[in-house]
Design a protein around this ligand. Structure first.
Ligand code: GDP
Ligand code: MN
Length: 388
């Protein structure tokens, strides 16, 4: 789960990470009032669940309250398009108005999970403010890492080493080491999957300050973090994702036109490969789970069918706990109830497969059955192409 920058900053501040003073606004007038309270130069920042806002015009400096109002009006009217948003961009519904910082240097600090080392890694770089993926690809030596000990956590000497790697000394070094430890404590205490400050700024008057903050949370820990769940902004999420999460379906929207419905994550990956191999592109990843019920099948199907880019559906199911006849029953009921017209290719295997196939064939609905995965994928890709 992601949260907005203003929410991330409020949370990090509780743990002692220094952030600029600021407040969130939903209208240009509110932005003006906040700028009046803050006094002086401010920065107005689009609050969306995507980075890269600066280059897209979503971060604007203003000298006075009137300027802040105008900047907020421009940003709130935007559909922000960045490399991290869908191609059509996302509407901006709120802005963060903050005291502007006089930035002398832009640094980078982040905490995330290193799966290979099975512990948390803290990364620091003097090449902050830019796309860290590019730094990692072109000049990996510019990123310094320290791994937290599973039991001892991030130790003081490691935080100091990271602060040195940021090129800091004296008071700034002490401040940065404390900040890194505060960031790590927040990350751990709130079950984050990512805590990133880019940039972490050194200001002209010598302070070390989180100018940008991004937090991601481990969805599997949300059950024990009601205060984090309360920060969820479903308005920022794809409506189909929200729907899928309600029914415990593992759904990820992709760019293609073949809707895929599969039980089991491994089978889902293989199915997407087969669709690609057949020259097509999957519209989604959808795992209904090994023990899906007929009801989950119906919900999954409804989500697939309501995606306008889907031209054909490929259902690839191994009937184990979910028997093939129950699957067929669920599908037939769903197609009838939803009045789906899309071509549907069904490849199923396992318990009661003969009965399931017969039910589909006798239903009089638009099902094509395939007896193996490769032929099923090819048929779905072809039907999706014809529907274009
Ligand atoms: P992002 O582009 O979505 O990552 O948004 P950021 O919050 O990182 O802002 C992008 C860039 O805007 C930063 O790298 C800074 O160069 C600049 N910026 C942001 N806030 C301030 C500020 O208070 N003062 C100044 N001078 N620049 C800022
Ligand atoms: Mn940033």
């Amino acid at each position: 789960m992601k949260v907005h920058e203003y929410q991330a900053k409020a949370l990090l501040q509780e743990f002692g990470v220094p952030v600029p003073r600021g407040e969130v606004a939903a209208t240009a007038e509110e932005a003006r009032a906040i700028a009046e309270r803050l006094g002086g130069r401010v920065v107005v920042k689009a609050q969306v669940h995507a980075g890269g806002r600066g280059k897209a015009g979503g971060v604007q400096l203003a000298d006075d309250p009137a300027g802040a109002e105008a900047a907020a009006r421009r940003i709130l009217a935007m559909r922000l398009r960045t490399p991290q948003t869908p191609p059509e961009g996302i509407a901006v519904r709120r802005v963060l108005v903050e005291e502007a910082s006089e930035i002398a240097r832009e640094l980078y600090v982040a905490v995330t999970l290193d799966r290979a080392r099975a512990t948390h890694v803290v990364m620091a770089s003097q090449a902050g403010g830019m796309e860290i993926e590019e730094v990692a690809a072109a000049t990996p030596e510019k990123i310094v890492r320290e791994w937290a000990h599973p039991a001892l956590g991030l130790q003081a000497f490691q935080a100091r080493a990271l602060a040195f790697a940021l090129g800091l000394s004296g008071d700034q070094h002490r401040a940065a080491a404390a900040l890194v430890q505060a960031l790590f404590r927040a990350y751990l205490a709130r079950d984050c999957s990512l805590a990133e400050l880019n940039p972490l700024a050194v200001t002209r008057d010598g302070r070390v300050l989180a100018v940008d903050a991004k937090l991601g949370f481990d969805d599997n820990a949300l059950f024990r973090r009601p205060e984090i769940r309360a920060l969820r902004d479903v308005g920022e999420e794809d409506p189909l994702d929200v729907e899928a999460s309600r029914f415990g379906l593992n759904y990820i929207k992709l760019d293609g036109n073949v809707g895929c419905m599969v039980n089991g994550a491994g089978l889902a990956m293989a199915t997407m490969d087969m669709v690609k191999l057949a020259g097509g592109a999957p519209a989604n990843f959808l795992d209904v789970g090994g023990g899906a019920s007929a009801e989950q099948i119906e919900n999954a199907f409804r989500i697939l069918a309501s995606d306008p880019s889907v031209r054909a559906v490929f259902i690839n199911v191994f009937g184990g706990i979910l028997r093939c006849d129950r699957l067929a029953e669920g599908l037939i009921a769903a197609v009838r109830r939803l009045g789906v017209r899309l071509p549907i290719v069904v490849r199923m295997e396992g318990t009661n497969v003969e009965l399931g196939r017969r039910m589909l064939a006798e239903s009089g609905l638009n099902f094509t059955t395939a007896d193996d995965m490769g032929r099923g994928a090819a048929a779905a890709v072809e039907l999706a192409g014809q529907a274009r």
